[in-house]
Design a protein around this ligand. Sequence first.
Ligand SMILES: [Zn+2]
Length: 363
Amino acid sequence: MLFAKPSYRKSLIFIPLLLSLFNVLPLKAASVLAAWVVTSDGVLKLRTSSYAKLNAYYQSGYESFGDRLWIDFPGELTQPRTLNGNGPIKEIRLGKPFKGNTRLVVEFSKDVSLDPAQLKLLGKSPTLWELNLVGLDSANLKSFGEGKIIKTTSSSYVSSSRNRFLSSKVNINDLPNVEVGRYKIIIDPGHGGPDAGAVGIRGLRETDVVLEISKQVSSYLSAKGVQVLMTRKKEIDVDLHERVTFANKSSADVFVSIHANATRGYRRDVSGIETYYFGGAKGRTLATKIQNELINVAGGSPNRGVRKSRFFVIRHTHMPAALVEVGFVTGRLDARLLSQENYKKEIAFAIAKGILEFLKEGY
Ligand SMILES: [Zn+2]
């Protein structure tokens, strides 16, 4: 029997952030957009005519395009233009996709990926709007824009929002298929029990973050017919020798240890994802595939690359092994991301996808 091949192309997701208020303009009216600015702390601010009706959308990146968001305004723009961005913002484009309309597009750098569920375009007054680009690493962002945004002291008056979270990143159909029942994988959540691992901003604990992610990785792999064994499933301390012995005795195909990072000096400016292997081309291929998938979903967390290391658990396990550092619990950006349930799901999904890619191609 012939089955239709599933399509692995990412579907583009359009998410209306907000549909506000009730204004109808004559088709030929000038654009209601009067000024815009992206602030250095990652907030897009807009000034419009009073009670304008705006629509905002978010689209996940695909192929060589990064994520983007855009806002449509009534009234026609007179001068379409593109302005270079900086830091995580590649450019801002102002255009008129159709007659009588103005569109402002924020094009992000390729490595940026925001969570649409966190994005809300809020009316702060009848003429002022704010969209906080939650999750954007604004360390290298300098304020830029056109026209004047006047400060307001009034609080948000728009209460309704049509936000819906539709992650294009966590879709079980996007996971590669492997032969059902053929593979056995060890997932090793770092630390546990009295050993909390790294403890970061607002008490974010490595042991909790990695156990949650590990459980999700297991469920994604199980869903694809892979047998998963975990070195721990709850908050208990498991000795490193024990983890390795367990893995080697189980004759598993792949061993993946999951950790979160910390800087010694508690540096909040350091964030990023890295994956380690110990030796052998297979370990490196495994680490590379996982790292690549992680970088696809990383919400702006920097790519610290694939590295060789002598960590005990990847040095002494007999099967291809990798150790993932999903981010820094001490990093401002990573700590914020790793506190989000959706982000942890995406990270887990990426790890599972990397493992499946490895089983499919590299093993
Ligand atoms: Zn650790």
